[in-house]
Ligand binder design. Structure first.
Ligand code: GDP
Length: 430
């Protein structure tokens, strides 16, 4: 009966995919509540590799229903391609195990083109978007000129909306971004075709979730990106366009806050960041190289090398507060093996003034220097360890200190990429 929200506590790429996969075994429903196809999970199941950008990986579990909430932005081309790929590999995909909210915003071809052209125009001042049209789609949602999934099955409405919005998009594309404009008919035809394919999957996700709650099912809410990429609470403007924080699970699916029972924060045992923005614990030395190499810190969708640094407890304490975390899942702990000492940032020094929470502006965060605490490292291989008490004493000391600093108990510890390479202290679904 409990419902669990999985949320990244840092800047994304915390290894949520593996934890979600593990928890999905206990969930009858898995719901995505924000973001788009910029999330990338790679799962290896039975020796076969599956890559997911949009559809929850729970689709691989027979009997699990996967939902795309209204808070997501959906690129129908990418979505249908993912569906086809799964079907080609013998995975059953249909209304019985995959539904999308009729209110979900649709990523249109002009969103993608604007996204790419804008980044090119910005040059060095780039935010580091993935160019998939996600930001421009959220802009249109808030500007109340977005196209929603339900519009794709209504030719009159879609035609009228496109006629309204396209002249402005084309003007902006041609005159400001020096890009190519779009023809209305072209978009209309192809999006109505895709709408027809999506129709059987469209539903009222909020109603469906209410029924699931009433019948005592377990629901897993899957957040994409991470807390400090949150549009409101993150390191603005180096953020994503949606609300990855746990509260986003309510607005992004249509459940009340009382239905979110456990909030599991995914914590990578060190910190990584993709793209620009201040990063107080960043290591630009051989420690950074170790983390990149041992942690294979390259973007799963872009291949970009991630910036790496020590664990930052200021970041984590903020995440605990912003999400109301009830448990932590530590991932990639094995990557710290052989580093000695291991460091944790316990506060910031802002020109002689101590800070214990993330400042509200980039300018202040750029000024902050990390205050590190050093702990003894370990050299034992962790990947075979399955019980908490079997971890080396120094590893346990490190984990205990993280718990103390963040004030939230550790429930899962991941010591390798494999599903089996996990220490379960307490499964939040129990
Ligand atoms: P996500 O989008 O939050 O899942 O994060 P990433 O795209 O960074 O994926 C995490 C990567 O790290 C995947 O390749 C996983 O197989 C791998 N991974 C997950 N947990 C662990 C772990 O505990 N140890 C190691 N070494 N790798 C892990």
């Amino acid at each position: 009966m409990p419902n669990v929200v999985v949320v990244g506590t840092q800047w994304g790429d915390e290894g949520k995919g593996k934890i979600v996969d593990l928890l999905t075994e206990r969930a009858q429903l898995v719901v995505r509540y924000q973001g788009g196809n910029n999330a990338g999970h790679t799962l290896v199941v039975g020796g076969e590799k599956f890559i997911f950008h949009l559809i929850p990986s729970g689709i691989l579990h027979p009997g699990t229903v996967c939902l795309i909430g209204n808070g997501v932005v959906l690129d129908p081309e990418v979505f249908l391609m993912e569906v086809d790929r799964l079907r080609n590999r013998g995975i059953k995909v249909g209304p019985e195990n995959l539904r999308i909210s009729e209110r979900t915003q649709v990523i249109m071809p002009y969103h993608r083109r604007i996204d790419v052209a804008r980044e090119e125009k910005k040059g060095a001042g780039k935010i580091g978007t993935t160019g998939r049209g996600i930001g421009p789609c959220y802009e249109d949602k808030v500007a109340r000129r977005g196209i929603r999934v339900a519009d794709l099955v209504d030719p009159e409405i879609l035609q009228a909306k496109l006629a309204d919005v396209l002249p402005e998009k084309n003007f902006y594309l041609e005159k400001f971004l020096h890009g190519k404009p779009f023809e209305l008919e072209e978009i209309l035809t192809s999006y109505l075709e895709m709408g027809a394919r999506l129709k059987p999957l469209m539903t009222n996700v909020s109603v469906l979730l209410q029924q699931a709650v009433k019948s005592g099912k377990n629901i897993l809410f899957e957040g994409a990106q991470g807390t400090h990429l949150d549009i409101d609470h993150g390191t603005y403007p180096f953020v994503t366009s949606s609300n990855p924080v746990a509260g986003g699970a309510c607005t992004g699916t249509g459940v009340g806050p009382g239905e979110l029972h456990h909030i599991l924060g995914i914590v990578k045992a060190y910190t990584t960041r993709v793209g620009g923005g201040p990063f107080p614990t960043e290591c630009l030395d051989k420690i950074g190289d170790h983390l990149v190499e041992c942690g294979v810190e390259f973007g799963s969708t872009t291949g970009r090398r991630r910036r790496c640094g020590w664990l930052d407890a200021v970041v984590l304490k903020d995440a605990a507060r912003l999400n109301g975390l009830t448990g932590l899942a530590i991932t990639k702990l094995d990557v710290l093996t052989t580093l000695d000492p291991v460091k944790i940032c316990v506060g910031y020094d802002d020109g002689g003034v101590r800070r214990d929470t993330m400042p509200g502006t980039i300018k202040e965060l750029e000024r902050c220097r990390p205050v590190f605490e050093e702990l003894p490292g370990w050299s034992e291989d962790l990947r075979g360890v399955r019980r908490y008490e079997d971890l080396p004493a120094n590893t346990r000391q490190y984990l205990k200190r993280v718990e103390e600093l963040v004030g939230v108990p550790i429930q899962l510890v991941s010591v390798g990429p494999d599903r089996e390479e996990t220490i379960v202290v307490r499964n939040p679904f129990e």
